[in-house]
Write a new protein. Sequence first.
Length: 279
Amino acid sequence: MAKIKTWGIRINDASRLPTAVRLLRWVETNGAYPSDVPSLVRIGNALTVAVDFGHIAAVLPSKPVPPIAEDIKRSLKGTLDDVTSTDALRAQSQLLFGAVLAAANLLPGAPDTAKPRKSPDYIIHFDGLPFGVEIGRPGSLKGGYAKIDDARSQVRAVGIRHHVMVLDISDMLRGIWDDARKAGSAFAIDGTFTDLNRNLGDYIARRPDPRIVLYGSIVRLFLWDLGASVRPVPVFKFHIEVFREAGAGLVQAQSEQLRLRIIEGWQALGAVATSLRRV
């Protein structure tokens, strides 16, 4: 919080970040997790907030960047009870991926959001080429398809030719976990993560756009095993793939190298990364 405050951003004591800090200190003092689901949801969200904002604060420059400052203000809203995609959670996802790009030394730039035309969330330069970066946080597979369609229309509206699309699918995975838990069925996180990415990647591949060169997905959750003893199930994963249609085949080499660089950024933050190239 101290780094954020140096940007002149006021943090309401009742907002998510201070509340998360207090809750995690309470858990540490108590020495055990509660057993009721609402409390565990709040603690899991508090852990995610603490981890994400730790990464975000670590890469903030000393001089405030107005568009990033506005995203931080958005991200501080909401409550620890939120379990579906909200404006605050979408801003948090956007900032976290900015931290990934910074950790990969890709120096993400934030476009001037005051301009009337649409713009990507970030602009990066790699191997002499500019890339726009779009980040979304859908709450369902259908919402993921809609976000892909929206991103397609948006990338055509800007002057940057090549784009990276990233979806935070944490809320999708959380919903599936909750359904499985209520039904008393087994749940394989890795398999579901793979299936979601296959569906979303296939959706892009069925209607290829030469401007979309990379697709990535994020999952950061603290889920819970409610067995004999309550224990957290941390999930921190990243998937990224290159499309063979990238730039009509002209920037595949750069896209492959950019994919590897982004993976390095995720690994620097501690994520388990998977990747592939569609052929």
